[in-house]
Design a protein around this ligand. Structure first.
Ligand SMILES: Cc1cc2nc3c(=O)[nH]c(=O)nc-3n(C[C@H](O)[C@H](O)[C@H](O)COP(=O)(O)OP(=O)(O)OC[C@H]3O[C@@H](n4cnc5c(N)ncnc54)[C@H](O)[C@@H]3O)c2cc1C
Ligand SMILES: NC(=O)c1ccc[n+]([C@@H]2O[C@H](COP(=O)([O-])OP(=O)(O)OC[C@H]3O[C@@H](n4cnc5c(N)ncnc54)[C@H](OP(=O)(O)O)[C@@H]3O)[C@@H](O)[C@H]2O)c1
Length: 256
């Protein structure tokens, strides 16, 4: 086992948020597994239902838990026709799940210079990576305000509400949470995609803050079409990823 690239972990909990669509899974964590908030792990499962079989199917999942936690947790969609996610959703407490020893990814706060406002924009399970960041004190020490905008299809997909309430209570107006269901009305929020809200200026109105390229740092995570459209709109407003040692004001993570 020691020469292998992965460790065998154990499922310690499952939370079903939306039956057949959204769940969270908690596992044991190997003490040598290190990561930064915003990074992802590669989870593996055998192709058969034989728990003793070696893992052959691997998928990326952003850590929801923080580097300080002695467990790992992940937030997942169920893609009914997918090879991996229905299998992951079917795991029970005590079942094995395999995790690559290396964490990956560059959606981390050290991509950005200190200060200014951090805008965390997600669709669907793209929320995962941000929960780890928001539960890490260094994130709050690095930025003035943090705006979290979460685009989902329906209201029931506005998950992790206890965490949202916790940050609102803890950080007051330093935390701006914008829940954005697109296929159902939700309170007085506009029923529009994040991309429209960026281009028509409503995201700024809703948050009461300017998307100023000098003082705003933006992360985008989730649906790749949303990412590419948002990148284009934000590019025209002066946002770009960093390169060759020059820190940028935009960082993105594609989920498929
Ligand atoms: C860097 C990275 C981080 C990721 N982190 C997460 C995460 O934290 N949570 C998570 O649920 N998924 C995450 N994913 C996606 C995940 O790796 C799997 O693709 C997903 O769980 C579905 O696996 P599957 O084998 O069932 O279907 P796949 O064959 O992998 O995907 C089939 C199709 O399902 C759709 N799809 C895949 N993932 C999603 C999704 N997350 N939301 C909506 N539609 C999707 C796409 O249309 C895709 O073409 C991440 C992917 C990457 C690359
Ligand atoms: N009943 C179900 O819907 C159901 C059940 C089980 C599993 N699933 C699985 O769930 C997957 C979808 O997951 P999801 O709903 O989390 O992801 P999603 O389709 O990416 O939708 C999440 C949010 O992103 C928005 N969005 C999509 N494309 C965008 C773009 N180009 N620009 C800006 N915003 C965009 C959506 O708006 P819009 O609403 O305007 O598209 C929605 O608000 C399906 O592929 C399916 O496999 C679905």
């Amino acid at each position: 086992m020691t020469d292998q690239k992965y460790t065998r972990e154990t499922v310690t909990g499952m939370t079903e948020w939306v039956p057949g669509k959204l769940f969270s899974i908690t596992t044991t964590r190997d003490s040598a597994f290190q990561f930064e908030p915003g990074q992802f792990a590669r989870l593996g499962l055998p192709a058969s239902n034989d728990h003793a079989a070696e893992p052959t199917i691997w998928r990326a999942y952003s850590m929801v838990s923080t580097p300080e936690d002695d467990f790992l947790s992940f937030y997942s969609i169920v893609v009914p026709e997918g090879e991996f996610s229905p299998r992951l959703a079917g795991l029970k407490t005590g079942d094995p799940v395999y995790i690559d020893k290396t964490a990956f990814g560059f959606l981390t706060i050290d991509r950005f210079p200190q200060g200014g406002n951090l805008w965390l924009l997600a669709t669907g399970t793209g929320l995962s990576a941000y929960i780890s960041m928001l539960n890490t004190p260094a994130t709050w020490e690095r930025f003035d305000k943090i705006i979290l905008a979460h685009g989902v299809r329906t209201c029931e997909e506005l998950t992790y509400q206890d965490e949202m309430a916790k940050w609102q209570q803890q950080f007051g107006d330093r935390f701006v949470y914008l829940p954005l269901p697109t296929r159902e009305a939700y309170k007085n929020h506009p029923q529009e995609r994040l991309t429209s809200l960026i281009s028509n200026g409503k995201l700024e109105q809703l948050s009461g803050l300017k998307l100023d390229p000098e003082t705003s740092r933006i992360m985008l995570c989730g649906n790749p079409e949303m990412l590419s459209e948002a990148r284009k709109i934000l590019g025209e407003k002066g946002f770009a990823a960093g390169r060759r040692g020059i820190p940028g004001n935009l960082a993105v993570e594609n989920y498929w």
